[in-house]
Design a protein around this ligand. Structure first.
Ligand SMILES: Nc1nc2c(ncn2[C@@H]2O[C@H](COP(=O)(O)OP(=O)(O)OP(=O)(O)O)[C@@H](O)[C@H]2O)c(=O)[nH]1
Ligand SMILES: [Mg+2]
Length: 441
């Protein structure tokens, strides 16, 4: 995916790391190499100029933060600026709801629906499909076959040409399912007629998400298309398909981001598991492939570490919100187990089972939704959460009671572990805290 862009940026960064020291000439060369790489990936020339000007500007005027060498600092600037231009991280719908797919002919709607259904299936939510593409003769069969392949129920009747009637019946038929995904008709262009049909369909379906499917090989034209759909029918995000087969993906990505159409997923192949959640930070890290990007970001992150929260956590006195914030920052800094391993003797202590913050991303997302479904009182005093509240929270967050109980258990275990730590005296804790400059017990 985006091989040329990736190797262009990697080469540019390699030149920087091989240089003896960072000076103006090195930064100029770096910027011009990155400019060329961006333009070769179809990024708009003005935008490419803007990105590289900003890199030059910041490299010339900013002092490296504590802990970063001047070279590492420039690499972080390149990373930051690229992240900024591929969009913001958006929330995915990870709770029951309806998703409608829109897009032009052959954009990849039906295929992406299959991928997304499988994506939800893997996350414990039960999807069901409704076919509303009444125009293309084989569309209903294609959707049904796909559904069969991934073992998902599908309502795609061939005896009616009325999408509104299909939606009404389909929603009733699938009412026991968590996520209903709707395949709407495509067209060769977004004309009035298509807009009218999609609007009526959306009015009936009341989708929580409207995902526009755009093939990445459109390049910069993807942005115009996103804009058009946004204006005429409204979209909540973009599913950018066929990123695997084009060098123009840079143009598609940046032009969507510029029009304010957040990319939520990317398609990277024809198979049902060729789907990625679009996370700008992870995407750019991989694209620029700097060996220790993660380590570098962690170092920068440590400078932002808040000792007050850490102190609270370490004393074992923390509420659900603080617990979650802490989990998030630990996840950013690397896994809890890794941190523990840096303290002599600490590895002997057992962390709560399955608690490797580095691998907890999906669980963390689920937990975030669960915590959001708690009342303020419950967050501040989780002891209030009795079985009937567990039931309510599970329902409200679209998770299971077992999920809620697991979160509660991890929270309690974490409290115990932390109390044990502080109980063992400042020795162990002190050593750990030394890693965070300026923190005094
Ligand atoms: N390489 C690659 N091919 C894809 C991807 N997504 C979809 N395709 C292919 O693109 C073609 C069109 O996909 P469909 O899912 O039928 O597109 P559609 O938007 O539903 O098309 P219509 O229903 O005709 O409007 C198929 O051959 C898919 O296999 C992707 O991420 N990568
Ligand atoms: Mg289709």
């Amino acid at each position: 995916m985006l091989d040329r862009l990736s190797s262009g940026i990697k080469d540019a960064l390699r030149k920087l790391t091989n240089a003896g020291y960072v000076d103006r000439k090195i930064v100029e060369d770096l910027s011009s190499d990155i400019y060329k790489a961006l333009v070769s990936a179809d990024v708009n020339v003005k935008l490419a100029q803007q990105i590289t000007d900003e890199i030059k500007n910041r490299a010339a005027n900013e002092k490296p933060p504590k802990g970063l060498t001047p070279k590492e600092h420039v690499i972080k600037i390149v990373y930051d600026e690229l992240v900024k231009f591929v969009g913001e991280k958006t929330d995915l719908m990870l709770k029951p709801g309806r998703i409608m797919f829109v897009g032009l002919f052959a954009a990849g709607k039906t295929t992406s629906i299959g991928k997304l259904a499988k994506f939800y299936q893997k996350r414990g939510l039960r999807p069901a499909l409704i076919g509303c593409d009444v125009h293309r003769p084989a569309a209903m069969d294609q959707l049904s076959q796909l559904a069969e392949q991934i073992h998902v129920p599908c309502y795609a009747p061939k005896d009616t040409k009325d999408p509104i009637e299909i939606i009404k019946n389909g929603i009733v038929k699938h009412k026991k399912y968590d996520i209903i995904i709707i395949d709407a008709s495509g067209r060769s262009s977004l004309d009035e007629e298509l807009a009218k049909e999609l609007k009526a369909l959306a009015e009936e379906a009341k989708p929580d998400e409207v995902l526009l499917t755009i093939p990445a090989d459109l390049g910069q034209a993807a942005g115009e298309q996103a804009e058009g759909f946004k204006k005429l029918v409204g979209i909540t995000g973009v599913f950018l398909t066929k990123m695997d087969g084009t060098a123009r993906g840079g143009g598609a990505l940046t032009s969507c981001a510029v029009t304010g159409a957040p990319i939520k997923f990317i398609g990277i192949g024809e198979k049902m598991d060729a789907i990625e959640v679009f996370d700008p930070e992870r995407f750019i890290s991989r694209l620029i492939g700097f060996g220790d990007m993660q380590g570098l970001l962690e170092k920068a992150k440590e400078a932002e570490f808040k000792p007050e929260t850490a102190k609270k956590i370490m004393s074992g006195k923390f509420n659900m919100e603080e617990f979650y914030d802490q989990l998030k920052s630990m996840q950013k800094m690397g896994s809890m187990n890794n941190m523990m391993n840096m303290i002599p003797g600490a590895s002997m202590m057992k962390m709560p089972k399955g608690f490797d913050a580095g691998q907890q991303e999906n669980k963390m997302k689920k937990w975030a939704i669960i915590i959001q479904s708690m009342t303020t009182k419950e967050k501040q005093d989780p002891k209030l959460i009795n079985p009937s509240r567990v039931k309510r929270i599970a329902k409200g967050s679209g998770t299971s009671e077992a999920d809620v109980r697991e979160l509660m258990k991890t929270y309690e275990q974490m409290k115990k572990v932390m109390k044990m730590f502080s109980g063992r005296g400042g020795g162990m804790l002190g050593k750990m805290m030394k890693r965070f400059k300026g923190f005094k017990l």
